[in-house]
Ligand binder design. Structure first.
Ligand code: ATP
Length: 519
């Protein structure tokens, strides 16, 4: 098995080679942590967004979607707390001159201890064979218990320091844990400083301080400031949600790991407004619902885990991350936060407009509480793409590169392939395209031998290859006997490579049935 770094390299190079993701401004040597989606990446990304939108907006009659502007009144970011507190603690290594997020250094240190626990489990698994019970092992083995205790202590200490904004203590923790710079290998660290992540820009022709705007670092605030507009115009009754998909911008200190951490990225967020006092029930509800959404994609459950927060943001009374096992380890994919009435109260205070809801059942007005689900489009893309990409050894010993995307997300749903480039087969193939193109994204390919064309489609994740051959167009054979395969095509399944003959007139139904939206 290739190691994780090689797998990740392969993901990046495959994404570029097949037109999924390019470095931004590449001919000018690129722009750090900014990427462009290519012709196939755009399709996959749009499908991910649609899959989310359907699950959140279309399938819930009490959730509606909006599209608010990226530019917003600068006081919004004062009210939300971003001007004063949207910081990352950063630390530099004096020898390598590399900059790190202090919290990420600590998380990476914890990940190394977790790795040790995993190794212990693997060893024990080998020793005990089928009788091995992981749960029992990790709760009784002395070494593992000690390692888990270390992790818990580090997490608790870190939460305590961050909650107290104790930057000196944070540096001390890094020193105490013996964390070294991955580049220089030394412990020669600077002090920890706070760094605001928002990009500032100017609006209008007069340049003075009052014109400073921020590129939004999250889409959520566009929802909060429209709370009353949507509630009143949509006659929404609590509990209800407002969803939004859009760009967000963060001046990330350490932007690495491809599209996992970008400076310009896209979020899919939903703010769910509830009665005060019911928020923790709703928090648990959305925690479960969101994991179900991920699992419906067919990716194994062990690739996901919850990470409940010990250090809560200033606005939250409960928070969890859904983490995914990326090629570089388990990392946050989605955040679910119980944001209390913080946002609406602050916007009421800063705008002077009352942002309340009259609950006719209780016959009283209150500021609703909010549960937020917030997921990165790009991280979802990376999770799905990296999981789908594999080299598969076939029975004949050859290797094929396969991108086994869930069919509903695949850029092309089918490729229409004339077996040869003559005898009327291309014309027939184009007829089939014309019949199906209003329902499905299709690709036409007539170049190279059919086997190579199949491989090309495997590599871009096309679930079905539809091949038009002589039988498709000839109604009688040379002896004049009726050809049973007349007006049928070969449909090849990407994952099983099984082929079946299907009448052309059934193709639309076949594809609809096999490429259903996931529920
Ligand atoms: P992290 O701890 O990884 O920086 P976060 O906790 O700051 O993430 P949130 O503010 O909760 O992230 O944002 C919600 C979601 O937006 C994240 O779960 C992630 O999927 C996505 N996201 C956040 N920052 C980035 C980024 N720089 N690039 C790509 N996606 C991002």
């Amino acid at each position: 098995m290739a190691n994780q770094e090689e797998i990740f390299k392969k993901v990046v190079s495959h994404a570029k080679e097949y037109g999924f993701i390019f470095p931004s401004s590449e001919i000018y040597d690129g722009l750090a942590a900014v990427y462009d989606y290519g012709q196939l990446g755009t399709e996959l990304k749009n499908n991910i967004k649609q899959y989310w939108w359907r699950a959140m907006v279309q399938y819930h009659e009490n959730i509606v979607g909006i599209d608010s502007a990226i530019f917003m009144h600068p006081r919004i970011w004062k009210a939300s707390g971003h001007v004063d507190a949207f910081n990352d603690p950063l630390i530099d290594n004096k020898d390598s001159k590399k900059r790190y997020r202090a919290d990420v250094l600590i998380e990476d240190h914890i990940a190394k201890i977790e790795e040790k626990i995993n190794k212990e489990c693997e060893k024990a698994h080998k020793r005990f064979g089928d009788a091995f019970d992981r749960q029992q092992f990790v709760t009784t083995n002395a070494r593992v218990l000690e390692q888990q205790k270390q992790i818990d202590e580090i997490r608790a200490k870190y939460a305590e320091l961050m909650n107290a904004n104790d930057l000196v203590g944070l540096k001390q923790l890094i020193l105490d844990l013996g964390i070294v710079c991955p580049v220089s290998g030394t412990r020669n660290w600077t002090d920890v400083r706070q760094f605001n992540l928002m990009f500032a820009t100017k609006m209008g022709s007069v340049i003075d301080d009052s014109d400073t705007l921020y590129l939004r670092p999250e889409t959520a605030q566009g929802i909060f400031v429209n709370f009353l507009n949507v509630q009143k115009s949509g006659r929404m009754k609590i509990p209800f949600g407002i969803a939004q998909i859009g760009k967000a911008f963060r001046n990330e200190i350490v932007a690495r790991q491809f599209i996992f951490r970008m400076r310009e990225f896209e979020q899919m967020e939903m703010q769910f407004f509830v009665r005060p006092g019911t928020e923790l029930d709703w928090f648990n509800h959305w925690k479960e619902e969101r994991l179900k959404w991920h699992l419906a994609l067919g990716i194994p459950a062990e690739k996901y885990r919850y990470h409940d927060h010990e250090k809560l943001a200033h606005y939250a009374n409960a928070a969890t991350d859904i983490e995914f096992e990326f090629p570089f380890g388990f990392k946050e994919l989605e955040g679910i936060h119980s944001r209390t009435d913080f946002d609406l109260s602050r916007h009421s205070e800063f705008s002077g407009k009352k942002l309340q809801y009259f609950d006719s059942e209780l016959n009283e007005s209150y500021t609703p509480y909010v549960i937020e689900t917030s997921i990165g489009v790009d991280r979802t893309f990376l999770a799905i793409f990296s999981h789908a990409l594999k080299d598969e050894t076939l029975p004949d010993g050859s290797v094929r590169t396969l991108l086994s995307l869930p069919p509903v997300l695949a850029p092309y749903k089918a490729a229409i392939l004339p077996l040869v480039k003559k005898d009327g087969l291309p014309e027939k193939a184009r007829e089939i395209i014309d019949m199906l193109k209003y329902d499905f994204m299709l690709q036409y390919d007539e170049k190279d031998a059919i086997g190579r064309r199949y491989r090309r489609q495997d590599a871009i994740g096309t679930p079905y290859c539809i091949t038009v051959d002589n039988d498709t167009i000839v109604d009688r054979n040379t002896e004049g006997r009726a050809n049973d395969n007349y007006n049928t095509v070969t449909v090849r399944d990407r994952d099983t490579m099984q082929q079946q003959r299907i009448p052309i007139e059934n193709l639309r139904t076949f594809l609809h049935e096999h490429i259903q939206p996931i529920r």
